[in-house]
Design a protein. Structure first.
Length: 144
């Protein structure tokens, strides 16, 4: 459903949000290890997220990636997905066909509409602070 970049990006943002709750800035190495992702690939993803004001970064020995508390309260998963994958997930075909619509539907079209609407609702209504708090319960994990 999501690209590999988006999957890693979502995991990274959740991890950074969790650490930001503890007022901790995290390094690229720490993030890559925590979410089990290739470091170079993660660096490119974090660069996109930083450019689009999803995460912030500070260089230097006491630097790292973080998310401001106010941003965590308002940023939702949809914002992360849009930066990394665009909004095709809300409009694209479930089978990946370029031409799929009400007039010329694929076999999944009408079933996928409902799933897409539920996914959109979940992504738009799940904030980073919610997931960061959930991670603090020590029930969830970000590694495969």
């Amino acid at each position: 459903m999501f690209s590999k970049s988006c999957e890693y990006g979502l995991r990274a943002v959740i991890f950074i949000a969790q650490q930001s709750l503890l007022d901790t800035k995290v390094s690229l190495t720490t993030i890559s290890e925590a979410i089990d992702s290739p470091q170079a690939f993660t660096a490119k993803i974090l660069q996109q997220l930083t450019r689009n004001n999803i995460v912030s970064s500070i260089k230097g020995p006491h630097g790292g990636f973080y998310i401001e508390m106010e941003a965590m309260k308002t940023l939702n998963l949809s914002a992360v997905v849009k930066v990394l994958d665009g909004d095709d997930i809300y409009t694209g075909c479930g089978l990946g066909l370029k031409q799929c619509n009400e007039d010329k539907p694929c076999p999944l079209h009408f079933k996928f509409v409902d799933i897409r609407e539920k996914l959109k609702y979940m992504l738009e209504n799940t904030t980073l602070i919610m997931l960061a708090n959930d991670m603090e319960l020590d029930v969830f994990h970000l590694k495969t």
